[in-house]
Design a binder for this molecule. Structure first.
Ligand code: COA
Length: 224
Protein backbone atom coordinates (compact mmCIF):
# COMPACT_ATOMS: atom_id res chain seq x y z
CA UNK A 1 0.00 0.00 0.00
CA UNK A 2 1.43 3.39 -0.93
CA UNK A 3 0.79 6.00 1.73
CA UNK A 4 -0.45 9.45 0.72
CA UNK A 5 0.61 12.26 2.96
CA UNK A 6 -0.59 15.66 3.95
CA UNK A 7 1.36 17.89 6.25
CA UNK A 8 0.11 19.80 9.25
CA UNK A 9 1.14 23.27 10.19
CA UNK A 10 4.11 24.22 12.30
CA UNK A 11 4.63 27.32 14.37
CA UNK A 12 8.19 28.51 14.28
CA UNK A 13 8.31 28.78 18.06
CA UNK A 14 6.52 25.50 18.69
CA UNK A 15 8.82 22.50 18.83
CA UNK A 16 5.99 20.08 18.09
CA UNK A 17 4.97 19.21 14.54
CA UNK A 18 1.81 17.47 13.47
CA UNK A 19 1.79 15.14 10.51
CA UNK A 20 -1.25 13.66 8.89
CA UNK A 21 -0.74 10.65 6.70
CA UNK A 22 -3.31 8.64 4.80
CA UNK A 23 -2.75 4.92 4.59
CA UNK A 24 -5.56 3.78 2.32
CA UNK A 25 -8.59 5.28 4.08
CA UNK A 26 -6.98 5.45 7.50
CA UNK A 27 -5.72 8.77 8.76
CA UNK A 28 -2.80 8.67 11.13
CA UNK A 29 -1.93 11.77 13.09
CA UNK A 30 1.49 11.90 14.60
CA UNK A 31 3.07 14.57 16.76
CA UNK A 32 6.77 14.97 16.31
CA UNK A 33 8.87 16.78 18.86
CA UNK A 34 11.96 18.47 17.44
CA UNK A 35 14.63 20.54 19.04
CA UNK A 36 15.13 24.06 17.75
CA UNK A 37 18.46 23.05 16.25
CA UNK A 38 17.37 19.69 14.79
CA UNK A 39 17.79 19.43 11.05
CA UNK A 40 16.40 15.97 10.70
CA UNK A 41 14.35 13.55 12.77
CA UNK A 42 12.82 10.12 12.34
CA UNK A 43 9.58 8.75 13.62
CA UNK A 44 7.69 5.53 13.15
CA UNK A 45 3.92 5.26 13.06
CA UNK A 46 2.24 1.91 12.61
CA UNK A 47 4.09 0.13 9.87
CA UNK A 48 5.80 3.19 8.40
CA UNK A 49 9.01 5.06 9.03
CA UNK A 50 9.05 8.82 8.52
CA UNK A 51 12.17 10.84 7.92
CA UNK A 52 11.66 14.58 8.28
CA UNK A 53 13.82 17.52 7.42
CA UNK A 54 13.19 20.62 9.44
CA UNK A 55 13.13 24.06 7.81
CA UNK A 56 12.72 27.55 9.20
CA UNK A 57 9.08 27.84 8.23
CA UNK A 58 7.97 24.24 8.02
CA UNK A 59 9.08 20.73 7.44
CA UNK A 60 8.98 18.10 4.77
CA UNK A 61 8.75 14.33 4.79
CA UNK A 62 11.68 13.28 2.68
CA UNK A 63 11.18 9.59 3.11
CA UNK A 64 8.26 7.50 4.21
CA UNK A 65 8.98 3.87 3.75
CA UNK A 66 7.30 0.69 4.82
CA UNK A 67 8.83 -0.43 8.06
CA UNK A 68 12.17 -2.10 7.70
CA UNK A 69 11.77 -4.99 10.03
CA UNK A 70 13.56 -8.04 11.25
CA UNK A 71 12.16 -11.48 11.87
CA UNK A 72 12.21 -12.72 15.48
CA UNK A 73 14.48 -15.55 14.30
CA UNK A 74 17.06 -12.98 13.11
CA UNK A 75 17.82 -12.01 16.71
CA UNK A 76 16.77 -15.03 18.80
CA UNK A 77 19.37 -16.35 21.25
CA UNK A 78 19.76 -19.72 22.93
CA UNK A 79 22.18 -20.64 25.70
CA UNK A 80 22.78 -23.57 28.01
CA UNK A 81 24.09 -23.89 31.57
CA UNK A 82 24.72 -26.67 34.06
CA UNK A 83 23.23 -25.78 37.45
CA UNK A 84 26.08 -25.87 39.98
CA UNK A 85 25.82 -26.11 43.80
CA UNK A 86 26.78 -22.45 44.33
CA UNK A 87 23.79 -21.44 42.18
CA UNK A 88 21.30 -23.34 44.34
CA UNK A 89 19.29 -22.48 47.45
CA UNK A 90 19.62 -24.53 50.67
CA UNK A 91 17.16 -27.07 49.24
CA UNK A 92 19.31 -27.99 46.26
CA UNK A 93 17.20 -26.24 43.63
CA UNK A 94 18.04 -23.13 41.60
CA UNK A 95 18.26 -19.81 43.42
CA UNK A 96 15.71 -17.54 41.70
CA UNK A 97 18.10 -14.61 41.45
CA UNK A 98 20.55 -16.66 39.38
CA UNK A 99 17.82 -17.62 36.93
CA UNK A 100 16.67 -13.98 36.71
CA UNK A 101 20.23 -12.83 35.96
CA UNK A 102 20.49 -15.41 33.14
CA UNK A 103 17.09 -14.32 31.81
CA UNK A 104 18.05 -10.63 31.85
CA UNK A 105 21.33 -11.36 30.10
CA UNK A 106 19.97 -13.53 27.30
CA UNK A 107 16.99 -11.22 26.76
CA UNK A 108 19.26 -8.17 26.49
CA UNK A 109 21.34 -10.01 23.87
CA UNK A 110 18.23 -10.70 21.78
CA UNK A 111 17.21 -7.03 22.06
CA UNK A 112 20.73 -5.86 21.12
CA UNK A 113 20.83 -8.20 18.15
CA UNK A 114 17.45 -6.87 17.01
CA UNK A 115 18.26 -3.17 17.17
CA UNK A 116 22.04 -3.10 16.91
CA UNK A 117 22.22 -0.50 19.68
CA UNK A 118 22.86 -0.15 23.38
CA UNK A 119 19.86 -1.36 25.35
CA UNK A 120 18.71 -1.09 28.97
CA UNK A 121 16.19 -3.20 30.83
CA UNK A 122 13.15 -0.98 31.40
CA UNK A 123 11.04 -3.61 33.15
CA UNK A 124 10.62 -7.26 33.87
CA UNK A 125 6.94 -7.49 33.08
CA UNK A 126 6.25 -11.05 34.10
CA UNK A 127 8.18 -13.88 35.63
CA UNK A 128 6.76 -17.29 36.48
CA UNK A 129 8.73 -20.01 38.18
CA UNK A 130 6.68 -23.01 37.12
CA UNK A 131 8.98 -25.93 37.93
CA UNK A 132 12.10 -26.25 40.11
CA UNK A 133 15.53 -26.89 38.60
CA UNK A 134 17.92 -29.12 40.53
CA UNK A 135 21.70 -29.08 40.87
CA UNK A 136 23.11 -31.07 37.95
CA UNK A 137 20.20 -30.29 35.59
CA UNK A 138 20.91 -28.73 32.23
CA UNK A 139 19.25 -25.34 31.85
CA UNK A 140 18.38 -24.15 28.36
CA UNK A 141 17.33 -20.53 27.84
CA UNK A 142 15.62 -19.31 24.66
CA UNK A 143 14.94 -15.63 24.02
CA UNK A 144 13.27 -13.85 21.14
CA UNK A 145 11.83 -10.42 20.44
CA UNK A 146 8.03 -10.61 20.56
CA UNK A 147 7.04 -7.03 19.91
CA UNK A 148 8.53 -3.64 19.15
CA UNK A 149 7.21 -0.16 19.92
CA UNK A 150 9.15 2.94 18.87
CA UNK A 151 12.21 2.51 21.08
CA UNK A 152 11.08 -0.40 23.24
CA UNK A 153 11.23 -4.12 22.58
CA UNK A 154 9.43 -6.87 24.45
CA UNK A 155 11.53 -10.01 24.70
CA UNK A 156 10.08 -13.37 25.76
CA UNK A 157 12.31 -15.91 27.53
CA UNK A 158 11.67 -19.59 28.16
CA UNK A 159 13.84 -21.47 30.61
CA UNK A 160 13.81 -25.19 30.02
CA UNK A 161 14.99 -27.79 32.50
CA UNK A 162 16.61 -30.67 30.66
CA UNK A 163 17.35 -33.99 32.30
CA UNK A 164 21.10 -34.57 31.73
CA UNK A 165 20.62 -38.29 31.02
CA UNK A 166 17.25 -38.67 29.27
CA UNK A 167 17.16 -35.17 27.69
CA UNK A 168 13.55 -34.89 28.83
CA UNK A 169 12.50 -31.23 28.73
CA UNK A 170 10.19 -29.27 31.02
CA UNK A 171 9.46 -25.53 30.81
CA UNK A 172 10.66 -24.33 34.21
CA UNK A 173 10.37 -20.54 33.97
CA UNK A 174 8.88 -17.99 31.58
CA UNK A 175 9.45 -14.24 31.50
CA UNK A 176 8.67 -11.13 29.49
CA UNK A 177 11.01 -8.16 29.66
CA UNK A 178 11.02 -4.73 28.06
CA UNK A 179 14.24 -3.18 26.77
CA UNK A 180 14.75 0.34 25.46
CA UNK A 181 17.32 1.20 22.79
CA UNK A 182 19.50 4.22 23.46
CA UNK A 183 21.30 6.53 21.05
CA UNK A 184 24.78 8.00 21.51
CA UNK A 185 23.35 10.58 23.92
CA UNK A 186 21.71 7.80 26.00
CA UNK A 187 18.25 8.84 24.87
CA UNK A 188 15.57 6.36 23.72
CA UNK A 189 15.76 6.00 19.94
CA UNK A 190 13.69 4.28 17.24
CA UNK A 191 14.39 0.65 16.43
CA UNK A 192 13.59 -1.57 13.48
CA UNK A 193 10.15 -3.15 13.38
CA UNK A 194 9.45 -6.79 14.00
CA UNK A 195 8.05 -9.08 11.33
CA UNK A 196 6.51 -12.17 12.94
CA UNK A 197 6.24 -15.02 10.45
CA UNK A 198 5.29 -18.29 12.10
CA UNK A 199 2.00 -18.95 13.92
CA UNK A 200 3.85 -18.95 17.26
CA UNK A 201 5.58 -15.64 16.47
CA UNK A 202 2.28 -14.07 15.45
CA UNK A 203 0.60 -15.30 18.66
CA UNK A 204 3.47 -13.92 20.77
CA UNK A 205 3.29 -10.60 18.91
CA UNK A 206 -0.47 -10.25 19.53
CA UNK A 207 -0.13 -11.24 23.20
CA UNK A 208 2.75 -8.79 23.72
CA UNK A 209 0.71 -6.02 22.10
CA UNK A 210 -2.05 -6.68 24.65
CA UNK A 211 0.50 -6.55 27.50
CA UNK A 212 1.93 -3.24 26.28
CA UNK A 213 -1.56 -1.75 25.95
CA UNK A 214 -2.57 -3.08 29.38
CA UNK A 215 0.55 -1.53 30.96
CA UNK A 216 -0.22 1.84 29.36
CA UNK A 217 -3.89 1.67 30.44
CA UNK A 218 -2.87 0.82 34.00
CA UNK A 219 -0.34 3.67 34.15
CA UNK A 220 -3.01 6.08 32.90
CA UNK A 221 -5.49 4.90 35.56
CA UNK A 222 -2.92 4.98 38.37
CA UNK A 223 -1.65 8.47 37.54
CA UNK A 224 -5.16 9.97 37.66
C1 COA B 1 14.11 2.84 30.37
C2 COA B 1 14.40 4.32 30.20
C3 COA B 1 15.52 4.52 29.17
C4 COA B 1 13.12 5.00 29.69
O1 COA B 1 13.38 6.35 29.63
P1 COA B 1 12.19 7.42 29.53
O2 COA B 1 12.76 8.77 29.59
O3 COA B 1 11.10 7.05 30.48
O4 COA B 1 11.75 7.20 28.07
P2 COA B 1 10.36 7.45 27.37
O5 COA B 1 9.29 7.91 28.31
O6 COA B 1 10.65 8.26 26.15
O7 COA B 1 9.97 5.98 26.92
C5 COA B 1 10.76 5.31 25.99
C6 COA B 1 10.17 3.95 25.78
O8 COA B 1 10.36 3.17 26.96
C7 COA B 1 9.13 2.61 27.34
N1 COA B 1 9.15 2.52 28.79
C8 COA B 1 9.51 3.49 29.65
N2 COA B 1 9.41 3.02 30.92
C9 COA B 1 9.01 1.74 30.83
C10 COA B 1 8.73 0.72 31.78
N3 COA B 1 8.85 0.93 33.10
N4 COA B 1 8.32 -0.47 31.35
C11 COA B 1 8.22 -0.72 30.03
N5 COA B 1 8.47 0.20 29.07
C12 COA B 1 8.84 1.42 29.47
C13 COA B 1 8.06 3.58 26.85
O9 COA B 1 6.79 2.95 26.71
C14 COA B 1 8.67 3.96 25.51
O10 COA B 1 8.40 2.93 24.57
P3 COA B 1 8.23 3.26 22.98
O11 COA B 1 9.33 4.19 22.58
O12 COA B 1 8.35 1.95 22.31
O13 COA B 1 6.87 3.89 22.83
C15 COA B 1 14.83 4.99 31.57
O14 COA B 1 13.74 4.89 32.47
C16 COA B 1 16.06 4.35 32.16
O15 COA B 1 17.17 4.66 31.79
N6 COA B 1 15.87 3.45 33.15
C17 COA B 1 17.00 2.77 33.80
C18 COA B 1 17.40 1.55 33.01
C19 COA B 1 18.33 0.68 33.79
O16 COA B 1 19.21 1.15 34.46
N7 COA B 1 18.10 -0.64 33.70
C20 COA B 1 18.80 -1.62 34.51
C21 COA B 1 20.15 -1.98 34.03
S1 COA B 1 20.26 -2.27 32.29
Amino acid sequence: MTPRTGLGAKHKSNPSLTVRALFGGLQVVESVAVSATAKQTTRRTGDYNFLFTIHDFGFRIIKMSEMEGKKPSDSSVESRYLLMPHQANPYGTAFGGVIIAWIDMIASMAAQRHCGKEVVTASIDSLSFKEPISVGDHVVLKASVNYVGRSSMEVGVRVIREDPYSSEEVVATTAHLTFVALDEDKRPCAVAGILPETADEKRRYENAKLRVQARKDLLRKISR
